[in-house]
Design a protein around this ligand. Structure first.
Ligand code: ZN
Length: 235
């Protein structure tokens, strides 16, 4: 294989390796983001349950105010009962007392119901807070591991860039611009192997004449169908 072709094969491998770092970095960021999303979803659930708890507390306050009213009413009725004169007055007072007692009993039942509800909601809130803590712990651990993985990727990438620069400096600029032109549309498949007499860029069979040039490897040969640079697969 001539030196230019050999350099092109190497250059395209460097470019492919350099490009492969980006999805790796994106996948790492994606991991961090999805953990952070889980935490913010849990926060929203905690806020919603906290709002519920505050609503119920407001209802308890209002009900307690009613209970005070009903108790005062019952006291008032018993005071009045000492000064009643007619049976009609007595009946009406009894009705008033019964009603106040009934309302008081309902209000007391409501308080019990609300307190039970608050207990349940507090339990759910506690579970959510525990979940949030462990998610935060996981996020910290993930940040550490992602951080060192990113560091390694950056280091490897810098090493590859150095190698690529060294290679570019040793290459003819015409060869480089020829390669870059193809790379613009072919991306990392600008230089492809030929296997079983087929171009591994477009997977079409190449003619015998082109194939024999590829096997010789004396010149830079492009695929007659797609225009990619071809080289003979060593296997
Ligand atoms: Zn082709």
């Amino acid at each position: 294989m001539n030196k230019d072709l050999q350099d092109l094969v190497e250059l395209s491998k460097f470019d492919a390796s350099i490009d492969a770092f980006l999805p790796k970095l994106e996948a790492l960021n994606e991991k961090l983001n999805s953990k952070a999303d889980e935490i913010s979803a849990t926060n929203e659930q905690i806020d919603a349950i906290q709002a519920d708890i505050e609503d119920i507390a407001t209802q308890i306050k209002a009900t307690n105010a009613h209970i005070a009213e009903f108790s005062a009413k019952i006291k008032d009725v018993s005071k009045k009962s000492s000064s009643i004169k007619t049976e009609r007055e007595m009946k009406s007072l009894n009705l008033e007392e019964d009603l106040a007692k009934e309302q008081l009993s309902v209000a007391n039942d409501d308080i019990v119901k609300y307190e039970k509800l608050i207990d349940t909601k507090n339990g759910i809130k506690k579970d959510l807070e525990d979940k949030k803590s462990s998610l935060e712990y996981e996020l910290t651990a993930l940040e550490d591991s992602v951080g060192s993985q990113k560091e390694k990727i950056e280091k490897d990438r810098a090493t590859l860039y150095t190698k690529k620069d060294k290679l570019l400096n040793s290459m003819d600029s015409k060869i480089i611009s020829f390669y870059e032109k193809i790379r613009k549309w072919a991306g990392n498949s600008a230089v492809v192997k030929v296997r079983k007499q087929a171009c591994y860029g477009c997977f079409m069979k190449i003619n015998d004449k082109t194939y024999s040039s590829v096997i010789k490897g004396d010149d830079i040969v492009t695929c007659p169908h797609c225009g990619r640079i071809l080289y003979k697969d060593s296997e």
